[in-house]
Design a protein around this ligand. Structure first.
Ligand code: ZN
Length: 210
């Protein structure tokens, strides 16, 4: 399993709370991955010993290792002392992830917002959360759900809204071969799902109003 773990590593400091978010201890065996790429090249009728391909297994193994290893970060939250009660939204967070069905990238942007209750979070952390869950073998639907549910659990806001827009290489270069198509997924929780005004505001700001 590669579900990220969340571990409390800091107490409260006058309203500041940090949650250290790390990947679990899934071990990537680089030399086994390299050997597997060599075998794949051979199975595809290519000669892994040719000068053009000699370094390819090492590069491919390193590429996958990089794409599947998120950087740990601290999910620092603060007391909402000033009682800010409007939407907080970070738009257009670029991301790329790996489709678990084809091991091909899908990439695009995420819009992540929440309606604060008692706590707020450093803005850069919303992008960090996206990157954390994108660094995995994924499907876009699960990625969207994981980001929304993580924010709901760690921040306990009045509402969470997450939209992912992505192009999937497995749709662009193979199969149906429709480059340029965008797949949109969303997950709305709490007031952003149930309160019509908040919902409309979120969807309008993210450009996803029907
Ligand atoms: Zn795919």
């Amino acid at each position: 399993m590669t579900t990220p773990l969340a571990r409390n590593d800091a107490g409260d400091y006058s309203g500041l709370r940090a949650l250290h978010v790390v990947h679990d201890d899934t071990v990537i065996d680089l030399s086994a991955a390299q050997q597997a790429v060599t075998d794949l090249l051979r199975a595809l009728g290519r000669d892994p010993a040719s000068p053009h391909l000699r370094d390819t297994p090492r590069r491919v193994a390193a590429t996958f290792a990089e794409m599947l290893t998120p950087s740990p970060f601290s999910m620092t939250t603060f007391a909402n002392d000033e009682g800010y009660d409007e939407l907080v939204l970070t738009q257009g967070i670029p991301f790329s992830s790996l489709c678990e069905h084809h091991l091909l990238p899908f990439s695009g942007v995420a819009h992540v917002g929440y309606l604060p209750d008692d706590r707020i979070v450093g803005l850069s952390k919303l992008a960090r959360v996206v990157r954390q869950f994108a660094s995995d073998l994924q499907v876009q639907e699960r990625l969207t759900t994981q980001v929304a549910d993580f924010l709901q659990t760690t921040l306990r806001p009045k509402g969470v809204g997450v939209v992912f827009e992505a192009e999937h290489l497995c749709m662009s270069v193979r199969g149906v071969q429709v480059p340029g198509t965008r797949t949109v997924t969303s997950r709305l929780l709490g007031a952003l799902r149930d309160d019509p005004r908040s919902r409309h505001e979120f969807l309008a700001l993210t450009g996803t109003t029907p």
